[in-house]
Design a binder for this molecule. Structure first.
Ligand SMILES: NC(=O)c1ccc[n+]([C@@H]2O[C@H](COP(=O)([O-])OP(=O)(O)OC[C@H]3O[C@@H](n4cnc5c(N)ncnc54)[C@H](O)[C@@H]3O)[C@@H](O)[C@H]2O)c1
Ligand SMILES: [Zn+2]
Length: 348
């Protein structure tokens, strides 16, 4: 696992955390360039800024090609280091550039959105979106280091904060009931950008994500727990043509999947309500309009994580604990009727 530095004001001292390199290529998007990208490049010796247009639509093979061509043209060699400064789009894209450029060069991740800090910059997954789906072309490439200044969240739009909070709620739901309650109670402080609260949020969520990813090296199945809320979440996102944001879809997915567990007698009574309170506090949606639940159920089947066509769900035992099946598995197969009822519970 890469080292993770969480420190206020660390961007000005980033030189202490990057590996020694002949030259640094700072990759950033058009929103973050002026806010932090230039500052990071300026605090490193021999660094250049490589900027791409912000937005998920640019997490593409085309942008990957433009960036790798630009690095080749500027003469970057194997002794360079890439520094990604931005949200999850930048982390994934720059990570894929680093994984492939000259067969792989080191990368330092400097995530600037909450989602990137607690999710995208960790775990070594990199990639781009293609016509057939999101994140379908990519590679595993562990960063040398992840450098986080939670203070940069001061400029992150509130809607993006909500998106990140959906993953934080997931972390609480699968691993720490107290943390789930903390998020519910302190969400307003988080939206006020209280630094102490942002730092606690980032620290606690990173500890939980890395616990599941690290332990994964021994037990491959455990990483699946991080997929809580995502079987239905991904289906809702895809079906909307990505009009529904990821965090919104995951918020709904978590409540629906908790409801599935309750209906099966696996999840303790009251769990759905706990998650519901956290979702409301994070200013995430808790209802959706369905004309027909059939297409959503069909969409869960095309999830790339569906094993041999069977749809698997992460179910909770109670807030803060994932339920293991009788065979010790981390995921459960669920009948369509049960899923349909759970979808209806949260529809208007
Ligand atoms: N690799 C992984 O394991 C993993 C995990 C989760 C998500 N992801 C990926 O992450 C992406 C989503 O990440 P995201 O939500 O950060 O999207 P994003 O990178 O598009 O950032 C969201 C918006 O916030 C802006 N922004 C970022 N930091 C800012 C700051 N400090 N101040 C002001 N504006 C700022 C960005 O320019 C962008 O407009 C998706 O592509 C998803 O697939 C990857
Ligand atoms: Zn997610």
């Amino acid at each position: 696992m890469s080292s993770i530095v969480i420190e206020s004001g660390v961007l000005a001292r980033i030189g202490a955390h990057v590996p020694r390199a002949h030259a640094y290529a700072v990759i950033t998007d058009s929103n973050v360039a002026g806010l932090y990208g230039r500052r990071v490049a300026g605090s490193l010796g021999n660094a250049e800024l490589f900027e791409f247009a912000a937005g998920e639509a640019n997490k593409s093979r085309e942008t990957w090609m433009t960036l790798t061509d630009a690095l080749l043209e500027r003469g970057y060699g194997r002794d360079c280091c890439i520094v990604a400064v931005g949200g999850g789009v930048t982390c994934d894209l720059a990570g894929f550039v680093a994984a492939t450029y000259l067969r792989g060069v080191p990368i330092v991740q400097v995530p600037t959105s909450l989602l990137a800090m607690i999710d995208a910059a960790l775990g070594g997954k990199t990639g781009v979106d293609v016509a057939a789906g999101k994140n379908l072309v990519g590679a595993f490439h562990q960063p040398h280091c992840v450098v986080i200044d939670a203070g940069v969240l001061a400029t992150l739009p509130a809607a993006e904060l909500s998106n990140g909070l959906a993953e934080a709620i997931k972390h609480g739901a699968i691993a720490d009931e107290e943390y789930l309650a903390w998020i519910t109670d302190h969400a307003d402080g988080v939206f006020e950008r209280r630094t102490d609260m942002l730092e606690h949020l980032v620290q606690r969520s990173i500890a939980i994500k890395t616990q599941f990813v690290r332990d994964d090296e021994r037990e491959a199945a455990q990483r699946a727990a991080l997929n809580f809320g995502h079987t239905i979440g991904h289906a809702l996102e895809r079906l909307s043509g990505y009009a529904i944001q990821h965090g919104h879809a995951v918020a709904l997915g978590m409540m629906m999947e908790a409801e599935i567990g309750t209906a099966l007698g696996v999840t303790a009574a009251g769990t759905v309500q706990h998650i519901h309170r956290a979702v409301r506090a994070a200013r995430l949606p808790h209802r959706i309009v369905f004309d027909d639940t059939g297409p959503t159920i069909a969409a869960t089947r095309s999830d790339k994580k569906a094993r041999g066509g069977a749809v698997r769900y992460v179910l909770l035992e109670k807030p803060g604990r994932v339920a293991r099946s009788e065979r010790g598995e981390w995921t459960w197969q669920v009948a369509d009727d049960v899923v349909r009822e759970a979808l209806k519970q949260f529809s208007v």
